[in-house]
Design a protein around this ligand. Structure first.
Ligand SMILES: O=C(O)C[C@H]1C=CC(=O)O1
Ligand SMILES: [Mn+2]
Length: 385
């Protein structure tokens, strides 16, 4: 039995190492919502709810995530035995619709506490437990400049940090985007796997042409080329193309996974803990994908250390992770808010082995970057940089 004693939910803004150019926003900083729960015995747990570009990626903003947690979810937790994570989240589900990012942050914190109480890593509390200790990690080349992207890709290969690259396209003319991808495929050759993410920015007609052209220049995978709710069109594109289509924004938990699988609308799933509504829901999405013969990829919302490690614990339970992961979020930030930086080496991320999430904050950095304390980049963020 464990009762919630106190909670702290706060927004943290950390600059990115370079502008990150996506179809719908250019990021100069990442904004994370962190929730910290402490029970009556003093056991604490942390969770993260992070989106991209304010409200330009999804329906929850950092501010709405914090407000959903503080106003609606925490009062429910006060009446639960929070040692029972699934039962607690089932109660939350009954009173709070949607708000997947907020629920994910809270479920992560509860699992961190449960793991600490039981003395096991979070991965042992999901599905059948951990089947791998490290995960292949992609990097996103999205500086907005082809030559700079090639140089960055070369550097990552040299440092043996990444050999899977995702390119963000969909902002320019299809032909210009394909030329950009082709130049990078040519430069990196068979030393790397090159994939693209259109972030829903093409029409079906553009996607039909674009996907064929991308296949011809050596691209391996196309992520969410058209609107995520255009399931029938995704099915038409998946059927007629030699290049696999990966669902990202289309996936919002197990029910959407079932709809996409039934419609044959994707051949790969980008698993995301926040979009799915938590770690348990992500494992369900993965199970549906695997049963339907859909390949799995461990996606990111460019979370910091907490969300990245929470994702890693889920992905470490998946026997088939054919497309690897993209859990590089903390590396895109200028500062790591964790006391011990995560272990990136040999093109992989080591999944922490300690109890719970297996991480701890650097409290000074956290205090510095908190928006409600001294955050030095608040102005840049609110100015929509
Ligand atoms: O997949 C997305 O749309 C979001 C994200 C993941 C990697 C990256 O650079 O952006
Ligand atoms: Mn995506």
């Amino acid at each position: 039995m464990a009762m919630l004693d106190h909670a702290d939910t706060f927004i943290v803004d950390v600059p990115t190492i370079r502008p990150h150019v996506l179809a719908m926003a250019t990021m100069h900083a990442q904004t994370m919502v962190i929730v910290r729960l402490v029970d009556a015995d003093g056991v604490d747990g942390v969770g993260e709810g992070t989106t991209i570009g304010g409200l330009s990626y999804g329906e929850e903003s950092p501010e709405s995530i914090k407000s959903a947690i503080d106003t609606y979810i925490l009062p429910i937790l006060r009446h639960c035995d929070i040692a029972c994570v699934a039962a607690t989240m089932a109660k939350v589900e009954k009173s709070v619709r949607g708000n997947h990012f907020a629920k994910c942050a809270v479920e992560t914190a509860l699992l961190d506490m449960a793991g600490k109480r039981l003395g096991v890593p979070v991965s042992e509390l999901i599905g059948g437990g951990r089947v791998r200790d490290s995960l292949p990690v992609a990097w996103t080349l999205a500086s907005g400049d082809t030559a700079r992207d090639i140089a960055e890709g070369e550097e990552m290969l040299d440092r043996r940090r990444h050999r899977i690259f995702k390119l963000k396209i969909g902002k320019r003319e299809v032909r210009d985007d394909v030329a950009h991808v082709g130049a990078i495929c040519k430069a990196l050759g068979d030393r790397a796997s090159v994939r693209v993410d259109v972030n829903q920015n093409w029409t079906e007609a553009q996607a039909r042409i674009g996907m064929a052209m991308l296949h011809d220049v050596g691209c391996d995978l196309v992520e969410q080329p058209i609107a995520g709710d255009a399931i029938a069109a995704m099915a038409r594109l998946s059927k007629g193309q030699p290049i696999p289509l990966m669902a990202d924004e289309a996936l919002n938990g197990p029910r959407s996974a079932m709809r996409i699988a039934s419609a044959h609308a994707a051949s790969v799933f980008a698993l995301k803990i926040a979009q799915s509504g938590g770690l348990f829901a992500t494992a369900d999405v993965a199970a549906i994908g695997t049963a339907a013969g859909i390949g799995l990829y461990g996606g990111t919302m460019l979370e910091g250390g907490v969300g990245t490690v929470a994702s890693a614990h889920v992905f470490a339970t998946l026997p088939d992770l054919a497309w690897g992961t993209e859990l590089f979020g903390p590396l895109l930030q200028t500062e790591d808010i964790l006391r011990e930086p995560l272990g990136y080496a040999d093109f992989s991320l080591a999944v922490p082995t300690g109890a719970g999430l297996g991480i701890a904050f650097d409290e000074d950095k956290l205090a510095f970057f908190r928006r409600d304390r001294t955050s030095p980049i608040l102005h840049a963020v609110t100015a929509g940089a």
